[in-house]
Design a protein around this ligand. Sequence first.
Ligand code: GUN
Length: 294
Amino acid sequence: MLDKMSPNQTAARVLDGKWVRDQILAELKPRVQKLTAAHRPPGLAVILVGNDPGSEIYVRLKIKTCGELGIYSEKITPPETITTGDLLGIIEGLNQRPEIDGILVQTPLPPQVDKDRVLRTMSPDKDVDGFHPLNVGALVENIPGPRACTPVGIMEMLRRYDIPVAGRKAVVVGRSDIVGKPMALLLLHANATVTICHSHTSNLAEECRRADILVAAIGRAGLITREHIQPGATIIDVGMNRKPDGKVVGDVNPDDARALAGAYTPVPGGVGPLTIAMLMANTVEIAERHLCSA
Ligand code: GUN
């Protein structure tokens, strides 16, 4: 184990999410312009229930990025106390509106809301997050459909930085429906050998050290340290953990990643920008399907 960087070891490459985001958005812009000139702008409705400060920041950024790209957006802000029935009513209304291509219900949702019913009520055809069971099935089967934004953004980042996936060992830490599970499936479809680790994994560090590509999506600040990192590995940090002082830190100890990894994503500025870029990409793709197959 290295205590310090050896003289001939160079610091890990920083994978810049903003650079990848800017490329993706620049590629989307002419597609939005073409749709707008021929038909109408793509439309995204974002539902933000209650006043979760983190969610408010993310939603603000999503709406702002829509504006910059020329995507029509609508923010709907029902109160924290909304019933499942009322939320389903809002979604059913949006399902019917032809100028709305994509619907996003920001999570987390308050406990009285039945999240599964919310996901099932949204038209799978407007599901920009790829969370509807039909779209999850399409992912499992590797057939086209909207994919969860953060994992598909990570695949884009690996591709644009020429980091090979096929034949590599990938370890995903975390098994959430939003990141861990879809991430593992996308890596599998790209021919990686994939291990999923979670809170019951018996020797996490040993499993992680096997990884050529390690994706940390646990939501625990600094859980991944030098004993989890194979020298030269690519480390993708999905963590966004807010410290009491307001600072946001990842799931990976950044000093250890910098010293040992071949490449790593910083927090902030790594994975975060990709999620929004892929949300825009999903919205444009769905709009193209709606408008160009009409
Ligand atoms: N909460 C955290 N990430 C996401 C996301 O990608 N989509 C939605 N809908 N909610 C989230």
